[in-house]
Design a protein around this ligand. Structure first.
Ligand SMILES: *Cc1c(COP(=O)(O)O)cnc(C)c1O
Length: 365
């Protein structure tokens, strides 16, 4: 069979290891597995959301409202935009896929930072596009403008805060990059962790509204992180309506489930849950910073719900991740990003206690 040539260039996305795998491979009881690998919300989701899912379970036989009127309406008022500025995806991942399919032709190029969200590359390569990366993992204005001028990419990805590094780009710099790019190029501002950055430092906060002045920019958000709904697969793109209309041509009908829709609508009504999640996070992340200092390695200042530990030569990220896994603690090794680093989702106090305990043991060995 002859597959699409473009597939040769694609490495399959490596998802965070599931709890089930640790149970199977190491015989650890599921309740003793600590999963800090996929940036899920350690508080779970809002109780109002899980109750709404349960009380609507009998609607599983119904297709969802394909207009997604109520969800778009809730997002429109939350962000002071209109419903025709919004497209809903099965995770913001699916919106990334729409964007890629709507714009890219073979041999086009796309621009992103050196270390960033892996799906940008995968969706672009599916279309036969070439990947251009800036030298740094941080989004540096000069590096982006230089690479943009040299390669004239069809899409520029700005991931702020950035995954898997956790750093963020100050709003002023994001706008400087956008201003330097002409309207033929789409700029994707991926704000999957924006709630955390905005709470930490106002200077890093970007809202979709800030970007509506640019016809060639789309803002992406998700319910998977701060709202704790990774399992429901709901994300969104917000942009000027002509751009959204083009993306709609890529959308399959009923692209999120009836219960996902219920969950996301309910989540929009409970901002207190997000505030509480961020408060817990803020408290716990400082323990991770202390832990790094105590153990003599560094970390990247985080604007997300995870922290990236940078190891020097005497600690190996693969060894650390493998040994933690044997103890039932799942974290993300960044060796595949050519970094001697690990990414750890900030958990509950108890989960973090367990991580520190096991990691101390591993580092002593
Ligand atoms: C998690 C994440 C997403 C999308 O997650 P979905 O679950 O598909 O909404 C997008 N971008 C980044 C940088 C992420 O970390």
């Amino acid at each position: 069979m002859k597959f699409n040539e473009a597939l040769k260039e694609i490495k399959i996305y490596e998802a965070g290891k599931p709890i089930e795998l640790v149970v199977r491979e190491f015989g650890i009881k599921p309740e003793n597995v600590v999963k800090l690998a996929s940036n899920e919300n350690p508080k779970g989701c809002s109780k109002k959301v899980s109750e709404a899912i349960a009380s609507n379970a009998h609607k599983a036989f119904l297709y969802p409202d394909d207009s997604m009127f109520e969800l778009k309406d809730a997002l429109a008022s939350k962000f002071s935009v209109t419903s025709d500025n919004i497209i809903i995806g099965a995770g913001s991942d699916q919106v990334l896929e729409f964007v890629s399919r709507a714009l890219l032709m073979p041999n086009d190029s796309v621009l992103m930072s050196q270390v960033t969200f892996a799906m940008y590359e995968i969706y672009a390569k599916q279309m036969g596009a070439k990947i251009v990366r800036t030298p740094s993992y941080e989004h540096k204005v000069d590096e982006f403008i230089e690479a943009y001028n040299e390669h004239k990419p069809k899409i520029v990805y700005l991931c702020t805060p950035n995954n898997p590094t956790g750093d963020a780009t100050i709003r002023e710099d994001v706008l400087k990059i956008i201003e330097a790019i002409d309207k033929e190029t789409l700029v994707v501002v991926d704000g999957a962790y924006m709630e955390y950055a905005a709470a930490k430092d106002e200077a890093y906060a970007l809202s979709p509204k800030d970007l509506m002045a640019y016809s060639n920019v789309i803002y992406l958000g998700t319910f998977s992180k701060a709202y704790g709904l990774g399992g429901m697969r709901v994300g969104y793109g917000i942009a000027n309506s002509p751009l959204i209309s083009e993306l709609y041509k890529m959308r399959p009908p009923f692209n999120i489930t009836t219960l996902s829709l219920v969950a996301a609508i309910e989540a929009c009504k409970d901002e207190t849950f997000v505030e509480e999640s961020i408060a817990l996070h803020t408290q716990e992340i400082s323990r991770y910073e202390d832990f790094a200092r105590e153990n003599g390695f560094s970390y990247i200042e985080s604007y997300t719900n995870f922290i990236t530990y940078l190891f020097n030569g005497n600690i190996n990220s693969t060894t650390v991740s493998d040994k933690l896994l044997e103890e039932g603690v799942i974290i993300r090794n960044l060796a595949s990003y050519k970094m001697n680093a690990v990414r750890i989702t900030i958990g509950t106090k108890e989960q973090n206690d367990r991580l520190f305990e096991v990691m101390r043991k591993v580092l002593d060995e």
